[in-house]
Design a protein around this ligand. Sequence first.
Ligand code: EPS
Length: 387
Amino acid sequence: MRYLTAGETHGPQLTAIIEGFPSNVTLNFEDLNFQLHRRQKGYGRGRRMQIEKDTAEIVGGVRHGKTTGAPIALVVVNNDWKHWTSVMGIEAAPEDSEGKRRVNRPRPGHADLNGGLKYNQKDLRNILERSSARETTMRVATGAVARQLLAEFGIKVAGQVIRIGDVEAQRQELPLEELIRITEESPVRVVDKDAEAKMIAAIDAAKEDGDTLGGIVEVIIEGVPVGLGSHVQWDRKLDGKIAQAVLSIQAFKGVEFGIGFEAAERRGSNVHDEILYTEEGGFRRRTNRAGGFEGGMTTGEQIVVRGVMKPISTLYKPLQSVDIDTKEVFTAQVERSDTCAVPAAGVIMENVIAWEVANAFLEKFGGDSIEEIRANLNNFLAQVESY
Ligand code: EPS
């Protein structure tokens, strides 16, 4: 399975095509749009989110609510486009648009300068428009489709914010349903109410100062069978694929599984998860410090992934930059942006990981229809049970 996305943040629409999705999967459009809606929420977002009401239109691959096996084409229209038609038009530029909204002072931390040099663009808007995190709308849309395939097999996805700036939330072990219910009601997607108030205050303070905040988000996937991914080849390790997916989210700088970086400080006896066996439950682990992976393969325990997001690089109180025309020192361009998008980034992370897990699931139990996949899965589960 694969997908590509296209579209600019202030262009007419965003587009995605999913190739290789099996047939006979019932797609719930409300669930799909619920994921898009979740991504738009979160304390610390800017004015753009009041303009957009992201809704995916399916324009291929689905008939009477079910997938047919053909490529699934998805479209999300940008409401803001109507304000940008002369700046972002596809046709040759009209006379009066020359230099309009041109970006010539690259923002440190953004793709502006590297992209401008690489693609030989003297208007850095041509870089900004595509590098914008607006593109994550389609990654949530594609992940939301994958998530519906996972749901068919009882695989659940949840996420929570662990840190915003210097405020860390107390992590609690909760049943997944409860974690989902509580975080869904929190404006910063945390369980810890004390941390929630402090995070909101920290976002307000950063906004007041024209500054931005990053953080850490955690995603948990439950119900994944043992044996997705493989140890036999470097590019078949599923934790590696998930890491790439997470690091490909705009502004993400780090990823860890289970106890992650803390493993460096501990002794092996306090890192590895002891193996247990019962007749009813089969093989289990006493703990899950590995975060659901050994040898690049799922262990059958929860997949636990954390990602680090740097603070957004568009600052209302900008850092020093250089004018690309005159090479003179200037402050970087100020563009409308968010103060903190960590809660939204958690939703994006959930969905990009769901995509990777669904893809690995299809690689293992591959079939062109859901019936074929179900038969393959049941066959494998019977094999594991009688091992
Ligand atoms: C973004 C800048 C802002 C964000 C945008 C990401 O957009 P604008 O420039 O239109 O104000 O709101 O995020 C989204 C539009 C979105 O859908 O998440 C950036 O530069 O990355």
